[in-house]
Structure formats: structure tokens, C-alpha cells
Write a new protein. Sequence first.
Length: 106
Amino acid sequence: MVQKSVDAGFGPHKTSTLPRYCRECEVRNACWGGCPKHRFARTPDGEPGLHYLCPGYRKFFRHIRKYLRALATLLANDLPAEYIMKAVKGPLVVRTNGKPRQPGCR
């Protein structure tokens, strides 16, 4: 079933039909234009093919960007995801025992 979908061009078609507004969007790598069946709105320039939830997606993905970056940094440094709120408040300094602390904290 998956191969048939790929052979039919679903993946490439999904990306190639994005309006210019989506292709140039700063949060495109998070939503990828959404599901094609929901792309019935028009862009601010009047181009068809915009996902009807685009304004909400843009606001949401802009809001969570700093949390996702902090989470990626934690995971890349083998730190638990539970440190996320401490990480977004400022740079973490990791003690030798592996627990985080904020700079200036003892």
C-alpha cells in the first residue's frame, strides 16, 4: 500500500502543490502545508491551496520553536527531556553529577 502511494506520486505531489506562500514560510518544516485535502483557503496574495488552519499553525509553531530547540539541545547532550523548562529559562550548566543548574545558582 505504501509503495503504491509512492508510485502514484503522493509524496512529491504533496510538496509540489504548495503555494509560494507556504514554500517561503518560516515554519514550513514543521507543518509541510498540512494535509492536501484541507488546502482550500487562499494565501494573502490570492493564490489557492493554503491550508485552512495556516494562521493557527503559524502561531503555534512560532510559539513552540524555543521549546523544540531547547529539547533538541537537551537530547543531543544526553540530558533528560524533563529539564525542558529549566533549559528555556536560560543556558544550563551541567554539574559533574549530571544535574542541571542555571548560571549563578549554587
